[in-house]
Design a protein. Structure first.
Length: 254
């Protein structure tokens, strides 16, 4: 009994058609769906953001509702990461001639600098069926909405801790920046008739008015706080889990 329960739950989580789900056919008509997405995006920064970071990556989670009239409302968020740093070495003032850092024990440590950030967006839009052989809930989707962005420099110390990159001292180097803006995306979602393959892919573009959150950059002595413009182009792919009510049992009279 326990084994059957585990198998049933596993199939349901993976979005495979269990006997309970099979009573609703996605190929019959457009129906209201709860959608949970997990995906990956390749992010190409633009404007001021590109002066600090190059091409990066994002792991995204999204939950939303697709109504029977094909209008869509969702909340999306993602973790930004990458090692492609385009800004000049901000740690040059505390590096030794060999390029290493003096750690708390008086020996040398190395450091890798990375992108560390996240984004969140409230998206609204519509799904437009365009391929007759696909289910009515599949199609081109167009969405837009407000978006929040945060990014900063992260430091991976290789060796013993370095005082200059710990606690409040690190805040003078990490370039923490936050901003609000607008995000739009267009793509195609495919919901398999049998429920085995439910995927989305597309392209997104976001623009932000961002503000540095640190009062001063220790490496340059520059006072920060002036608003800047950031943008990002994204190429994304996601796996979709669908949730919907069972159809009522039908009784036929002869």
């Amino acid at each position: 009994m326990r084994v059957k329960f585990i198998i049933f739950c596993s199939l349901w989580i993976l979005g495979l058609p269990t006997s309970q789900q099979a009573q609703v056919s996605l190929q019959d008509s457009s129906i209201r769906l709860g959608v949970f997405r997990i995906g990956y995006a390749l992010t190409i920064p633009g404007q001021e953001w590109s002066n600090r970071f190059g091409t990066s990556h994002s792991i995204n989670l999204e939950g939303g509702i697709q109504f029977s009239n094909r209008l869509v409302l969702s909340l999306e968020g993602g973790y930004l990461f990458g090692n492609n740093i385009t800004e000049e070495d901000i740690l040059s003032s505390i590096r030794t001639p060999s390029g290493l850092l003096i750690n708390n024990n008086g020996t040398l440590s190395d450091v890798n600098i990375r992108l560390d950030g996240f984004h969140a967006s409230l998206m609204a839009g519509v799904v437009l069926p365009v391929i007759p052989t696909h289910t009515p809930n599949s199609g081109i989707f167009i969405q837009a909405g407000p978006s929040f962005l945060q990014h900063k420099l992260g430091f991976n110390i290789q060796g013993d801790p370095v005082a200059a990159l710990a606690g409040d001292s690190k805040r003078g180097f990490d370039r923490l920046t936050t901003g609000w803006g607008l995000k739009g995306r267009i793509g195609y979602q495919f919901y398999d008739k049998q429920g085995f393959v439910n995927v989305s892919l597309g392209i997104s573009y976001a623009i932000y008015q961002s503000t540095p959150q640190r009062g001063i950059n220790y490496d340059t002595g520059e006072i920060t706080g002036e608003k800047v413009n950031d943008s990002a182009l994204g190429l994304f792919l996601s796996w979709n889990l669908l949730f919907y009510k069972r159809a009522p049992n039908k009784v036929y009279y002869y």
